[in-house]
Design a protein around this ligand. Sequence first.
Ligand code: 5GP
Ligand code: MG
Length: 192
Amino acid sequence: MPTKKTRSAAHPDLESVMFTEAQIKKRVRELGRELRRVYGEGEFTIISIINGAVMFTADIMRQIDNPVRLDCVRISSYGNATKSEGTPQIVSSLTIDIAGRHVLLIDDILDTGKTIKLVSALVSKLKPASMRTCVLLDKVARREVPFEADFVGFRIPNKFVVGYGLDFAERYRNLPCIGVLSARVQNQHEWT
Ligand code: 5GP
Ligand code: MG
């Protein structure tokens, strides 16, 4: 059991809270305004990288009143590890036509850059009119593949975070805040 000192009030498995629900809400509203400045009133197609980006996508969509279309791609995940390993694979691909459309790719977190690079390559092949990327979190120091997102919620240090869609072994996605998972939980491997 964690000591009281290391236990976060938001959840006992968090070492610390990085962004509160209120901070996330405020930043998502600002991102909505940034998107409106770029897209004006025109239609665009959101491609959400699931499962991680579900919360962020749902919230950002409600900040814009443009006509939008939505599709999701599912990418093979880290499994239970907290470090990106190997090459990500597309597990489930697009179902709507994006040729000639303005596409906004949304992901929860940009880490090594491999995932977003893979999905951008897939999207580019389908000849969209434009493609931009929006990520809630950016771990700049971890980049292995050069990539810069057009819209970034927060730049963060190299810590493994959960909550607001982000998971560890599929848990914690429903936390309203984003926090650093405690080392004690990261070292537990009995979950499958
Ligand atoms: P990349 O391909 O850029 O290395 O990894 C991006 C994906 O890795 C994200 O979509 C996310 O699913 C996962 N990821 C990277 N860092 C973290 C993290 O700190 N916490 C969680 N829960 N997932 C992460
Ligand atoms: Mg993800």
